[in-house]
Design a protein around this ligand. Structure first.
Ligand code: PAF
Length: 284
């Protein structure tokens, strides 16, 4: 695996691969790679001939009081995992390389609608930072495909809308959530949890499952169901940020007729904010 730090070296390496007729796949990450990320790299390897991963902790998507400084940076481990997963090229730019003009006047990409509400409401500016850095990475790499995890369900919807709205010539592929045996979705932020919090954390996924089962069995009293879900989370020691039942494709609030649904949650355990979601269909 080659490692490059500059856009010029990245472009040169990708151009070589393309001149050999290779299809280019991109997996953007912020590092601290776990099996969820590795599943993205492997999916990219199935759909493309030359896999590029990026590791960049993007300051533009962190709020002033968020964990930019403490976000885990584990480059040596990440490199070993990427080699193992057959990644061909790793791009690890510094902030100067990504934002040479500084961030204050950086042109930004905003995807209205789908980026509002849910995490967009709790983390103002977050999705503008995501769509901006992903646009830059797409322009730098010009991949044929790019793979993102479904754990960040709203992020994936934002990116799909951005690609559609701006006619970006890249196919977006979503990869299912990877979970621990106890159901907890893998996340770099799980590393912040104390042993006690780690034991409680699977309740987030269990709550989503309980709500989905109730809907599958015919309940449509969504406000009451969500109140029950919030109560279950609070009882387990979470501080819920949001718990919502939405239409899976638009992320608009679901009414009783909607059949393609996603339940999304964000909740704090101590200082750690966890997110999870469960998408399901009421057709057969
Ligand atoms: O999902 C992430 O890790 C980040 O939001 C992404 C897509 C790499 C953009 O910084």
């Amino acid at each position: 695996m080659n490692i490059v730090k500059t856009v010029a070296d990245l472009r040169a390496a990708v151009a070589r691969a393309r001149s050999e007729g290779k299809r280019i796949g991109l997996v953007p990450t912020m590092g601290n790679l776990h099996d969820g990320h590795i599943a993205l790299v492997k999916k990219a390897g199935q759909r493309a001939d030359f896999v590029v991963a990026s590791i960049f902790v993007n300051p533009l998507q962190f709020g002033a009081n968020e964990d930019l400084d403490s976000y885990p940076r584990t480059l040596a481990d990440d490199q070993a995992k990427l080699v193992e997963a057959n990644c061909h090229l790793l791009f690890t730019p510094g902030v100067e390389e990504m934002y040479p003009g500084g961030m204050q006047y950086q042109t930004q990409v905003r995807v209205p609608g789908v980026s509002e509400g849910l995490c967009g409401q709790s983390r103002p500016g977050h999705f503008d930072g995501v769509s901006t850095v992903v646009t830059k990475l797409f322009n730098m790499v010009q991949p044929d495909i790019a793979v993102f995890g479904e754990k960040d369900f709203q992020q994936l919807a934002v990116i799909r809308n951005m690609v559609r709205d701006l006619n970006m010539p890249v196919q977006i592929i979503g990869e299912p959530i990877v979970r621990r045996a106890d159901g907890l979705a893998l996340s770099s932020r799980n590393g912040y949890l104390t042993p006690d919090e780690l034991q409680k954390a699977p309740v987030l996924q269990q709550t989503l499952r309980t709500l989905a089962n109730a809907i599958e069995q015919g309940r449509r009293d969504y406000p009451a169901l969500l109140a029950e879900g919030n109560a279950a989370l609070s009882a387990a020691g979470f501080r819920p940020d949001y718990l919502e039942i939405r239409e899976a494709s638009t992320l608009r609030p679901a009414d009783a007729q909607a059949t393609e649904l996603v339940i999304l949650a964000a909740a704090y355990l101590g200082k750690t904010r966890l997110i999870d979601n469960l998408a399901f269909s009421l057709h057969g």
